[in-house]
Structures are given as C-alpha cells and as structure tokens.
Design a protein around this ligand. Structure first.
Ligand code: GLU
Length: 417
C-alpha cells in the first residue's frame, strides 16, 4: 500500500519541512532522493550444500556533512524503499545530534531466524565482498540494526580487512568490545531515548520515577529501555511488553531483568510467569500509560489507531513507527511525541564515538561515553524543543527543521546548491 510505503512517508515528512524552510527546488530535490545506491546479489553456500542467492542493498543518502553512516538490516520483508527511508532518516539523525556524518542504510533480504551461524557468517562476508569497495571511514560506515549483531559486525570487519590487507577497525561500528567496539554502544539507542524522556518530563512537569511505561518490541532497544527507564530515571512501573509473537500485561509491574532472562531463554515474552494477562501488540499501543516506547518496526501507529493512543509521551525508539496521518491525530490529542530520529539517535552517536576511538586507537571509559552521550542527546532535545515552541509545529516537524537546515547549510557551503 502506497500510503504505508516508508520512503513515500519520509518524502512527505521532508516536503513539509522544505515548505516551512522555503527551500529552493534544487535543494529540495537533492534531499528527496538518495545520492547513490547499490543493488546486488550475494550467492551463499548453505549448510545443505545448495547455493542460495540473496539480494543486498546499500543506500548512501546524503554525505554533505560527512561520510555516510547507518545500520544494516537482515529481514525477510526488506525492500529498497524501506532502506531508502531509513537512509534518509539517518541523514536527519546525524544532523539533529550534530555529529559530522551523513546518512546511509543497507540490508539483505533474508530470514536470520531460519539460518545457522555459519550461513549468517557467509552471507555477511558475501555482503562485504560485493559492497566493501564503497565502504570505509572516509566513505560510508555500517552498523547493526534490526536482526544484525556485534558478531555480524566482527565478520564484516574481518572480511573488509582481508580484502584490504590492512587493519580498518573504523569501517564498521557496533563491534564487540574485544575488536574495537566502544563501551556503552550496546545500550546506547535505549539510553539516548531515556535521556530525552527525562528532558521531556522536566518540561511537561511530570515525574518519570512515578511513570507507568509500556514497550512495543523487545529486541535490543526495547530490552535496554525496560531496565534503563527504571535505572536512569529512578523508578517507574513497566506494565506491558510485546514482541512479534504477542504481549503481556501486569498493572502492578513486570520485573524487567527477569523478563529479559525469560525472553532470552524462550525467544518470546508470552508465557512469562508474572504476567497477569496476554495482550496483543495493538492493545499494548492503546494502554493508558505515561510513556509508550514503540521499539519495533515501521507503521505501527496509523490513522486507524492513533485516536486510541492514550500515552502522554511516545518515545520512538523504532524508526518510522508513526505515519504522517497518525502524527496529525496524536498532535491534536496532545500526545507528546519524541520523534524517531531524535529519540533513537543515541545508537549512532556512540557509533560515532566508536569511530573516533578507532581512529585515535585510544579507548574511553564507560563513564566518559555515557557523559558525552547525555550531552549530545540533551542538546539535541533542547534544540528541537525550542524549535517546536518557536515555530508552533509538532516535535517531528521541529526535528526536521533543525536537521534539514544543518544539511542544507553544508550543501550550500560545498557549493552544491
Ligand atoms: N541502526 C541504528 C540506527 O538506526 C544505528 C546506526 C549506526 O550506529 O550507524 O540509528
């Protein structure tokens, strides 16, 4: 359905910001399309002995502010338009937190849940053999995203270094610590989001330590948000969690640590002994909680359910969870949205710190990383909030205005437009 095509949505969001900023046609059209994209096939010998051919993509959306940066997704329903949208959002994300990088994204159409470790390793190395020559610290640096892990980053870095015949730890981020990964990268996406919730609560006059919260999606971002809301904000009650197999609810609270152990063992949250009842993903989104964390995939809050969202704050740890039609409804109903490319920018911020450490070949403490992440997220939140007040636009549009202006300034200074 065109209305739910993530790239069309990304373009529509951009168009609104372009109009408010009064962008000229050339500037607007550069920002509307990826500057470069690669499509390729990856033949992989499966454990059975047969060869399967996977489709891979890398989109380099815009590099006016620096080398492209963004994750890689391994997903059975990956499409080029999803990758394009995600690459556009990476461009705005690196700009809103003001790190000197552009935006990119990549992916492989595959189902990692059905693949062995050795098949995953071969598909990961195959990806780098196809696209490695277009990657590098000065060109484009991938990282983890949905269903990709530090182990996958390690194989990819290794393949790249074998091809180049020299060490290039900064070619990819989100690596294991032993191979040049950064302290604090693992929980950075969720942690950054929690810092923005803290700032939002200050401005809205609410106490996050007394808040109820629900999490839709229980992968990397969702799991860390479950514990960090509690640990960083000094309390709060986790009342509901869901994953792709369904959700659970307990109004008296679910213990996040126990629930993570359960999920790791059982691959789902359902069946967790302390749950009072099962709920669907849809029901979870409509719970009357103080903070909702959409932390799964795109298009979960649409015009069909936006009117039923009762959360006071929606902190978008996922990319693209809310459609433009839903945005209008949420804004009218006074739901305070911390938009995706602001809320989840902590991941790429610590990826940037990782690259800096790789280049220096000198590594920082966890305390240093978290302190600098807090500064970046807090400054970005404040810049967006000020724009929201000054221009009387919703938080997403405000984030676009801040980010696009920075990208446009860089394009102008380079003489592109
Ligand atoms: N995949 C993450 C994101 O969407 C992180 C990207 C990165 O670290 O480069 O922001």
């Amino acid at each position: 359905m065109d209305r739910l095509n993530p790239f069309k949505i990304a373009q529509e969001q951009l168009d609104r910001a372009a109009e408010l900023l009064g962008l000229d046609e050339a500037t607007h059209s550069i920002l509307r399309e990826p500057r470069m994209e690669y499509h390729f096939t990856i033949p992989v010998r499966m454990d059975s002995g047969e060869t399967k051919v996977f489709k891979g993509f890398r989109v380099q959306y815009n590099n006016a502010r620096g080398p492209c940066k963004g994750g890689l997704r391994f997903h059975p329903e990956e499409t080029i338009d999803t990758v394009r949208a995600l690459a556009a959002w990476m461009t705005w994300k690196t700009a809103v937190v003001d790190i000197p990088l552009g935006g990119g994204k990549g992916g492989i159409i595959c189902n990692p849940k059905e693949m062995s470790q050795s098949e995953l390793e071969r598909v990961s190395r195959g990806y780098i053999r196809q696209v490695g020559r277009f990657l590098g610290v000065t060109k484009d640096v991938p990282a983890p995203d949905v269903y990709t892990t530090p182990q996958i980053m390690a194989w990819m870095m290794d393949e790249y270094e074998i091809i180049m015949g020299e060490k290039h730890p900064g070619v990819i981020t989100g690596k294991p610590i032993q191979l040049g990964g950064s302290q604090g990268r693992g929980d950075a996406t969720a942690r950054g989001g929690i810092y923005t919730v803290r700032e939002a609560c200050k401005l809205l006059g609410s106490n996050p330590a007394k808040a109820t919260y629900a999490i839709q999606g229980f992968g990397n971002a969702g799991q860390f948000a479950a514990t960090l809301h509690h640990d960083v904000l000094g309390g709060g009650t986790l009342v509901a969690v869901s994953d792709s197999r369904g959700g659970i609810y307990n109004k008296d609270g679910l213990n996040p640590h126990k629930l993570i152990d359960w999920k790791l063992k059982n691959k789902q949250v359902k069946g967790f002994p302390d749950a009072k009842k099962d709920i669907t993903n849809e029901e979870l989104l409509e719970l009357p909680v103080d903070v909702l964390y959409p932390a799964a995939l795109e298009n979960v809050i649409t015009k069909d359910n936006a009117g039923k969202i009762k959360a006071k704050i929606s902190c978008e740890l996922a990319n693209g969870p809310t459609t433009p039609e839903a945005d209008k409804i949420l804004s009218k109903n006074g739901v305070f949205v911390i938009p995706d490319f602001l809320a989840n920018a902590g991941g790429v911020t610590v990826s940037y710190f990782e690259q800096v450490q790789n280049t220096y070949n000198f590594y920082w403490t966890l305390e240093d990383v978290q302190h600098m992440l807090d500064q970046k997220m807090t400054n970005a939140f404040k810049a967006v909030y000020e724009m929201h007040k000054e221009k009387n636009v919703d938080m997403r549009t405000a984030a676009y205005l801040v980010a696009i202006q920075r990208v446009v300034d860089a394009m102008k200074l380079r003489g592109w437009v």
